[in-house]
Each structure stands twice: as C-alpha cells, then as structure tokens.
Design a binder for this molecule. Structure first.
Ligand code: AMP
Length: 409
C-alpha cells in the first residue's frame, strides 16, 4: 500500500475527473458503495477464484460479523441495487480503492484504485457496445494510443457448461504437462486454466477447444450484434477465445483492454463483461448486468510509458512577499484568492532574500511584494517571475487583483 503525494495525487483526481466527464453525459450517475461489506457479497464472485480463496482482507468485527474490504466493486454495486431497487436500466459509475492480498510488484498492489461503470436491468447487445466504447473512449481521452481491445463471448450458461466439460476433458488428458497451479485450478474450474500466463501451460492452452464452437443460436446472435456495433462506432477489436476473465459470474460478452507497454502479466488495464446472474445470486430479482473496471494505478503506468497524461503542475499565479511581519501577506493572499487567483505566501517573517527565493521556487507567475515603504504608501510591487522581463511596477492596493490578472495573462 502506498501514499500518493502531491503532485501525483492531482493526477489521480484528474484521472477520475476525466472519467466522470466522459460517463456522466452518457447517463451514468455516481454510486459510492462502502469499502466494507458482508463477506457473503464477495463469496458470490466465485468460491473457486483466487480473489475469494486467498486475496480477501476479511475479518470478524466487534459485533461478530464476518466482513471484508472490497476486492472489487461490481458485487457491491449489485448488492446496492438489490437493497435499493432503483428503476432500470440503472446506469452507474464508481471510483475508489479495492483491496487484494496479492504479491505486490510493479502494477500490482494490495490497495489499488479502479474506475468503472455498471448497467443493471438491460439485455441489449448494443448496450454492451456502449459500455465497451466508453472504456475505449476513456483511454483515448487520456491520450493513450497503444491500447488493444480484446473481445470474447462465453456463451449462455448452457453453452458454457458444455464447453467447460470439453475443456476439462482436454486438460485432464494433458495433466502432466500443466503447471502445479493449473492442475489445482483444473479441479475447481477448468475455464480459469485458460487465464494462466505461465509458459508451461501455453501449449495445452493453445490447442484447447474453442468456445466459439459451443455457442447456441442466442449467444451467437448476441455476439454478432456486439461486433457489428463496435464496427459501427469504428472501434477496433481482436477476438480472443481464451479471454475468460477471472471471475465466475461472467456470461456472454467479455472484454479486456490491454496496454501496449507494461509487462505481459500486468498489461491488462481493465476489463469487464456481462454478468446476468449476479444480482439474483445476491438475493435480487433476475437482472441482466454489464460493466467494466479500469485500474487507475496500472493505467497511469501505461500513461507514463506512452508519455501522456502528464502530471499537471499545481501552478500558482502569484506569491506574496511581505517583510513587514506577515499580516499584509495574510490579508493580500486572502484577497487574491477571493478574486479567483491561485495565491501562496511565505511564513515566519523571513528575510526579503529568503522570501524571494521561496517565490521563485513556488513556480508562481508573479510576486507581489510589500515592504515598509509600500505599506505606508498603500501600494504593492508586482514583479514578474517568469519570462524575460523582471520589470517591476508599483500598483495601488485596491487595484492589486486586477493588476495581477493582467500581468499573468
Ligand atoms: P479485475 O477486477 O481483476 O478484472 O481487474 C480490473 C483491473 O483492475 C485490472 O486490469 C487492473 O488494471 C486493475 N487491478 C486489478 N488488481 C490489481 C492490483 N492488485 N493492483 C493494481 N491494479 C489492479
């Protein structure tokens, strides 16, 4: 777990702001679920998943309840839907931290942030397209150009069940070639063996049966419509039959956004899919759902690698230097801020030299300087801190904010 300090924290805020500016005009409202839920909410993700088996930050609280810090937010959103029963389609977005007890490395942390959207209560392939497109447009808005969209369909639950049986047979016949981890995964969920990034598993995965051969008419039509919609919006995609995503609740459409530059194990920037059974599992009415989650930490690493979405420097407009004791700086900074300027000042009544040095370091465009003479005359000195000219002018106290605004224009 890390501290995010300024100015990097400003970049985090812009990241979430950019996301909100994209999805709110598309009809998504923000949902803010609690960080902590009953453990049962997350067990529904799938008893056989690594998240549930090994990665949960769970504990018994003082009231004897078994709770967990959320490892993701889709289950929380579905729980919130079940409890609040808003009208459908319910279109929401979220942002915030999740917790997974994983082995930390670059792009993988125990507390990590995600932004995401979920739509509950509509089963329309063109909705899948809207959702996928919004994620795609978000990466574009950040300036990323090397993201790849991978697409797959897991079919209807029946198709998926027949496929899982075929997969099990395939992997069992090659069990000696599989990694010990995959042998264990095979016993609980053969689909997840396809998720393995271990080289040892690659050959058995490469010639595994393909889900596409198991689609019934309905799943095939849905998948065709999703692809058609993506083409209509001009969004490029690659069909990736081994994309099953980690969680049990997905059916039909699944997708992943891959970064172009991170190590292969960490190059999934985000992903999602359709999960038509999750609300029901949580005690709600049968409700189709679709959404995605995009990892903030990893996406910012991808931005670093592509040299985009740089930290916006917290630029100051004006720095107040006061050698008369500091009361003037207090009042002037307050006035300048009230006039909409970004203003800072020095403290502890330091020498003129020390304060001017602080002004230079602050990155402000101009310094406002008040000494004993200026105080007596009711004026302040304006001095540019950037550019060629350092020519100072004396301005009346009453005109100060306007003069600063002119000077920084
Ligand atoms: P998931 O919820 O596992 O589908 O993950 C969705 C996205 O969240 C991933 O593509 C990552 O960008 C991000 N993510 C998941 N786990 C972590 C983690 N431990 N550290 C950083 N980012 C993560």
């Amino acid at each position: 777990m890390r501290d995010i300090l300024p100015p990097e924290s400003g970049r985090w805020r812009s990241f979430v702001g950019t996301f909100a500016d994209l999805v709110e005009p598309a009809g998504y409202g923000q949902v803010i679920p609690p960080l902590l839920e009953d453990i049962g909410v997350f067990s529904r993700i799938g008893e056989a998943t690594e998240i549930v088996q090994k990665e949960m930050y769970d504990f018994v609280d003082k009231g004897g309840r078994h709770v967990a810090l959320r490892p993701e937010q889709t289950a929380s959103v579905c729980r919130a839907f079940t409890q609040n029963r808003p009208p459908t389609p319910w279109k929401v977005w979220y942002a915030g931290p999740n917790f997974r007890y994983e082995r930390p490395q670059r792009g993988r942390y125990r507390q990590f942030d995600q932004v995401g959207i979920e739509v509950l209560g509509a089963d329309d392939p063109y909705l899948d397209v809207e959702v996928i497109a919004l994620g795609w447009q978000f990466f574009t808005a950040l300036g990323l150009t090397k993201v790849k969209l991978l697409l797959n369909s897991l079919g209807e639950p029946d198709d998926r069940a027949r496929y899982v049986a075929a997969l099990r047979g395939h992997f069992e016949a090659r069990i000696d070639s599989l990694s010990p981890e995959s042998r264990q995964t095979l016993a609980t969920n053969p689909l997840r063996v396809l998720d393995s990034k271990r080289a040892q598993d690659a050959p058995a995965i490469a010639d595994a049966p393909r889900i596409a051969d198991f689609y019934g008419a309905e799943a095939a039509a849905h998948f065709a419509a999703v692809q058609d919609g993506l083409r209509a919006l001009g969004i490029p995609f690659v069909i990736e039959p081994s994309l099953v995503r980690g969680l049990d609740y997905y059916r039909r459409t699944t997708f992943e956004y891959q970064g172009g530059t991170l190590d292969s194990a960490q190059n999934a920037l985000g992903g999602g899919g359709r999960y038509d059974g999750l609300v029901e599992d949580l005690g709600g009415p049968p409700t189709p759902g679709i959404g995605f989650a995009i990892g903030l930490d990893r996406t910012l690493l991808a931005c670093d690698d592509e040299g985009v979405f740089a930290v916006a420097a917290g630029e100051l407009d004006v720095f107040v230097v006061d050698t008369t004791g500091g009361r003037e700086a207090l009042v002037l900074a307050d006035e300048l801020r009230a006039a909409g300027l970004r203003a800072d000042r020095a403290y502890e009544n330091r020498s003129m030299k020390a304060q001017m040095k602080a002004a230079g370091r602050s990155g402000a465009a101009v310094a406002v300087i008040v000494g004993t003479d200026e105080l007596a005359a009711g004026v302040a000195v304006l001095r540019p801190l950037r550019g060629e000219s350092r020519e100072q002018v004396s301005v009346a106290r009453g005109d100060l904010a306007e003069s600063v605004k002119k000077a920084i224009r």
